[in-house]
Design a protein around this ligand. Sequence first.
Ligand code: ADP
Length: 463
Amino acid sequence: MGNTIQVKNPATGDILKEVDVTSASEIETALREGDEAFKSWSKVNAHERSRLLKEWSEKIKEETEQLTEVMTLESGKPLKESRGEVAYAASYIDWYAEEAKRIYGRTIPSNTESKRIVVTKEPVGLVAAITPWNFPAAMMTRKAAPALAAGCTFVVKPAEETPLTTIRLVQLAHEVGIPKNVVQYVNGYGADVGPIFTDSPLVRKITFTGSTPVGKLLMENSAATMKHVSMELGGHAPLILAKDADIDFAVEQTLASKFRNAGQTCICANRVLVHESIADEFSEKLTARIKELKVGNGLHEETDVGPVINADGYEKIHTQIEDAVDKGAKVLYGHQYDKDDEKGYYFVHPTVLENVGEGMDIMQEETFGPVIPLTTFRENEEAVNIANNTPFGLAAYFFTNDYRTGIYYQEHLKFGILGWNDGAPSAAHAPFGGMKESGIGREGGPEGIEPYIETKYLSIGGI
Ligand code: ADP
């Protein structure tokens, strides 16, 4: 392990800060302290936990502009998106501050007069979280808020690219009076910190957002101590336009879905499937709108599409585009890069590819970049087959004003999140999560607190 991690601005390659790597023994101490703090935090009454969470959220909202700037600096996302993410991150805390008060047990009618059956709920214990760089605030709060609301204590390891937002969020939690050992962060490289988390018997739950291979590894390593796991992993979202889709509306929603965070979200549309009868009109209108998008440093208010996070991210996108072009895809727009390997910044201009086929990598793998591959279909069944032909099952979008077509897609798409005429379905009050290799568990909504709660059954006899 090195002693520090350099946090860089992906728009310029400049070093923003060096953060100390938390040593293995310091991480062990954090886990011990988190486990110790669980004894008292789990006994704090739900209304008090709720009050503290609300204060944390208010503090975050008060600091919106500072958090926005930090997030844009370390992640590259445009200011307007960072601002939106601060509000989105706070909305999880607000939601779970309320849910804290609604963790209900139940009584069950007994089959004998001499017994009573009572079911109670308890927090699972110390939670260890590992978060990604693409949503440095929201991925942290949508884990921390339900954990704290349920009475769990929480240690988070943010992505090495974006620790600064997380560090500030944890400081703000402490400033409002959430005890220091109830919510903690540690810094380090995933491969070093992951095993410490998974090996520790003190950690009762691992919650992770990131790539599918790392999620599988964490799950495997959690088996030895039988931890609870929640996994939000990769996606490969299809976006389908049925023949009666409102094209202008679908164009705007496609932009919202695809270019948010320069295409670096796990629910970004990754493949666009258009009914052949409207394909020309859609691609013309889409390309015209994409030409208006401003690519640049996220710190400029007018920027719509920022840099991609780093050289690895760029390589993946670049390789997928070149593979598609080599195999016969036609470039409708984009296919332009602005990068400097020495300084370490990478911009990929929004790109639209036509004539893509299932033999191309871009139709099989998550891109995590601002690229739209367009393909056509004739029958809804064909669209569903193409859409489902992936090991991933996170988000899918379909555009139709015909209710029968809509219901058909709703019933046949094997994805955990569906947007029907909606390119931006995420919300704190709704369950977010994937099927198949996109993960296990849901975050948000009433479902999002369940993974932090144990069920205890009490049978009282001899009555
Ligand atoms: P990406 O490729 O998008 O960065 P990762 O899954 O590699 O996605 O990263 C998401 C988070 O997982 C980051 O916090 C990273 O440090 C962490 N991570 C990476 N590798 C491992 C690992 N082997 N064990 C645990 N965490 C890891």
